[in-house]
Design a protein around this ligand. Structure first.
Ligand code: UDP
Ligand code: MG
Length: 161
């Protein structure tokens, strides 16, 4: 490989667009949480998601072990609710999905509503389906970077269409 090649490669890398969290992308990641699946709301929640313009790129029903739930929510390790969250998220089957829409992360957060359903806006998924702040029916990625990490946690490239 010539010096010229390496210099040109470095120069072209400098011109790649920067990847930063606030940049809108068209994918997000969601889970329908154990209590919503247990209560029979999975179909209605998926229907709501699709009717709001999200396309399902990948979808599976699975169950997290406590170890995997702990790894998924690693960012919350120091928070007081972490142990309870891990127990809850491993308590039964969930649906995991990658969703596509323009401005997916922000639009999906708007569709699901505030973490605590008592503070969630009318018509949001959490307002209509969540039991409590802990058992709040759905997960939604909070940034483009985390939506990639979370989608990769559950799905290979052969499971995305
Ligand atoms: N959670 C909880 N108690 C709290 C805050 C959060 O049990 O005081 C749970 C809840 O299930 C929430 C998850 O931990 O969805 C992750 O918390 P986060 O602050 O990221 O909320 P989200 O992004 O899900 O709205
Ligand atoms: Mg969050």
């Amino acid at each position: 490989m010539s010096l010229n090649y390496n210099v040109n490669l470095c120069i072209s890398l400098l011109y790649l667009p920067p990847k930063y969290e606030g940049m809108p992308t068209n994918r997000t990641f969601t889970m329908i949480k154990p209590e919503a699946v247990e209560n029979g709301h999975a179909g209605a929640i998926l229907d709501r998601i699709i009717k709001n313009g999200f396309r399902i790129v990948a979808l599976k029903k699975t169950r997290l072990s406590a170890e995997l739930a702990g790894a998924f929510y690693e960012v919350h390790k120091e928070r007081p609710f972490y142990g309870e969250l891990v127990d809850y998220m491993s308590s039964g089957p969930i649906f995991a999905a990658i969703l596509e829409k323009d401005n997916a992360v922000a639009d999906f957060r708007a569709l699901i509503g505030a973490t605590d359903p008592s503070e969630a806006a009318e018509g949001t998924i959490r307002k209509d389906f969540a039991e409590s702040k802990a058992k709040n029916a759905v997960h939604g990625s909070d940034s483009n970077e985390n939506s990639d990490i979370e989608g990769n946690f559950f799905f290979s490239k052969f499971e995305r269409f």
